[in-house]
Write a protein that binds this ligand. Structure first.
Ligand code: NAD
Length: 260
């Protein structure tokens, strides 16, 4: 308790899934949050639950103005910004490159890269000056797909590799003022959305099949829940990790020791 006491945190995609678990854990550790998300109903639930500890902003991460509004809200409400967690994302459903038409490829590229990559660029850009003032830090939600094949299709995998590039270069450029790190979750049971242009090329799988596939892929044979990842976020956001920057904490059931 209290590892993030008094910290002001800006979180994207905090209404559901991994972001929501991070929101719950951060509030429990004493942080105050500003959350940008497009899921209106779930945002309302978050606001009702936490009252003054959470500011909720409805909006899309692909619009820079929404990030500016969120950072301004955080500073107005809590006097400063200590941490950015860029987390909002969408999925390609493992759509196979060879099956997808050029038109769908283009639409999918634009939508997925806009949310997963430009959304993180924008969140970082809108936050950087306030984070410099507090000696704060950024945390990106990346993915095993940022390192290995078979964590998604080419769109998702390329977007997660791009997030790692953003992380490394920003950690270099922003040192010694701002730390930049990431958490890399493995397959986790959430409602991560397959983008519309790729839906015709994707087989829908029920939760039981999804769980079996996830278990098969990682050495710990785990189906991860959002709560399984939150300790890594708390550590990176806290003053206990002052010497850590440019790093990724993998929370993925051991994907790096899969073997052949
Ligand atoms: P989720 O769908 O439960 O959460 C994503 C959140 O982002 C939702 O609240 C959604 O409304 C929001 N969002 C999506 N697009 C948005 C947009 N354009 N503007 C504003 N908000 C938007 O899924 P999740 O699995 O919790 O995903 C969170 C992050 O975790 C993503 O970056 C995802 O790539 C990553 N991740 C997920 C898994 C997994 O297996 N679920 C594994 C590794 C990494």
């Amino acid at each position: 308790m209290g590892q993030l006491l008094g910290k002001s945190v800006y979180l994207t995609g905090g209404a559901t899934g991994i972001g929501r678990a991070v929101a719950d854990a951060f509030v429990a550790e004493g942080a105050r949050l500003t959350v940008l998300d497009r899921s209106v109903e779930q945002l309302r639930e978050l606001a009702d639950r936490y009252g003054d500890s959470v500011q909720c902003i409805e909006g899309d991460v692909t619009w820079y103005e929404n990030h500016v509004r969120a950072v301004r809200t955080a500073v107005d409400a809590y006097g400063k910004l200590d941490v950015l967690v860029a987390n909002a994302g969408v999925f390609d459903g493992f759509a196979k490159f060879a099956d997808v038409t050029p038109e769908a490829l283009t639409d999918a590229f634009d939508i997925l890269m806009n949310v997963n990559v430009k959304g993180y660029f924008y969140a970082a850009k809108a936050s950087v000056e306030e984070l410099r003032k507090t000696g704060g830090n950024m945390i990106f939600t990346v993915s095993g797909a940022g390192f290995y094949p078979d964590g998604g299709g080419v769109w998702y995998t390329a977007s997660k590799h791009a997030q790692i590039g953003l992380l490394r270069q920003l950690a270099f450029e922003l040192a010694p003022d701002v730390r930049v790190n990431a958490v890399s979750p493995g397959g986790t049971l959430t409602a991560l959305k397959v983008i519309p242009p790729l839906q015709p090329f994707v087989k829908t799988v029920d939760n039981e099949t999804k769980a079996q596939n996830v278990k098969r892929r990682n050495p710990m044979r785990m189906v991860m829940e959002p709560e399984d990842h939150v300790a890594a976020y708390v550590l990176l956001a806290s003053d206990k990790s002052k010497a850590i920057t440019g790093e990724v904490i993998s929370s993925d059931g051991g994907l790096s020791v899969r073997g052949l």
